[in-house]
Design a protein around this ligand. Sequence first.
Ligand SMILES: [Zn+2]
Length: 117
Amino acid sequence: MGIRYTSYIDHPKNKHTQFVTYGCCHCRTHLSSSAQVMSKDYRGTTGDAYLMNRVVNVEEGGRETRCMLTGCYVVCDIKCHMCKNLVGWKYVESERKDQRYKEGKFILELQTICKVR
Ligand SMILES: [Zn+2]
């Protein structure tokens, strides 16, 4: 499987006063930050979810097609690479053109993440 790296998200000083780092709620591995939030208006399988531009330290599961309110997508689940906690999914492909902006983006379920410093 190769060497597994854990990336750390730098906390920019001065600039973003509202900057929040999101981590896995079980092991606090850094996953993303408030700077990567594209939308907070999403629903995951467990409740509220964020659409994220970039997520780190996750393992991707197998691809599958899932139909949601906005159409069908090829997605894969994403898990924390340390503790295998399921944290959301990644949009791989959208069947609808107007939803293609989500391709390569991630959903993080709020119940599975926490704010870390
Ligand atoms: Zn974890």
